[in-house]
Design a protein around this ligand. Structure first.
Ligand code: HPA
Length: 232
């Protein structure tokens, strides 16, 4: 079997998968962290690999940017390939004053300006949350490593270049730590299917302090987050 977006066969993908947005990051992770990695997908260059980390079978695949893209890939991973633990590893823009570049943010929940959850026909607003099982493990790994980390609500936005450049301040005033563009859909898909999902982010820019990282810096800082995700 395969899907229109993934040529993997059932069994090619591990029960645990790391999900960076950028497919070249998936390749980087496979090349640098996994043993005996085998590529299972290249459709649309959305590279996916399965290998071993400390003897445990684990996969890694790009998701692309935004809710529609991660919505498709994560739905198929869960419902067609039987993936049970999905860990997004990405970058975010800081909304909270206390966050510095390269800080690690673990999403306890995702708020959104997207209508992704409308498909469930709920009589209210759905709060998309990460898996406590994965979240508590990630936090204890950070504690053990002496790694500074922040846990809280993030915003999954459909808009990168917003017509109102000040709008983020309204979310910041509600305690939102940072913005990215994928987690809400990932958490919805996982919840609907009863599987576990988590998002770990590295701050790549700050809307508060008007700072951003370079591409090279992002490659290096990525390592901390990857190690946490792999240890879970
Ligand atoms: N906005 C949305 N997504 C992001 C950002 C941002 O500023 N930084 C990293 N991912």
């Amino acid at each position: 079997m395969s899907t229109p977006h993934n040529k993997a066969k059932k069994g090619d993908i591990a029960e645990k998968i790391l999900l960076p947005g950028d497919p070249l990051r998936a390749k980087f992770i496979a090349d640098n962290f996994l043993e005996d990695a085998v590529q299972f997908n290249a459709v649309r260059n959305m590279f996916g690999y399965t290998g071993y980390y400390k003897g445990e079978k684990v996969s890694v695949m790009g998701t692309g940017m935004g809710i529609p893209s991660i919505g498709i890939y994560s739905y198929e991973l869960i419902n067609k390939y039987g993936v049970k633990k999905l860990i997004r590893v990405g970058s975010c823009g800081a909304y909270a004053e206390e966050l510095d570049l390269f800080d690690i943010v673990i999403a306890q929940a995702a708020s959104t300006d997207s209508n992704y959850a409308y498909q469930y026909d709920l009589p209210g607003i759905y709060s998309a949350t990460s898996s406590w099982k994965l979240l508590s493990k990630a936090a204890s790994i950070c504690e053990k490593k002496g790694q500074r980390y922040y846990v809280g609500n993030i915003l999954t936005s459909d808009i990168f270049y917003d017509n109102n450049p000040e709008i983020w301040k309204k979310w910041a005033a509600m305690g939102i730590l940072a913005v990215e563009m994928e987690s809400y859909a990932l958490f919805c898909n996982a919840a609907k299917a009863g599987v576990d999902a988590l998002t770990i982010l590295t701050v790549s820019d700050s809307l508060v302090h008007h700072k951003e990282t370079t591409t090279e810096q992002r490659e290096k800082s990525f390592t901390k987050m990857m190690e946490i995700a792999l240890e879970i």
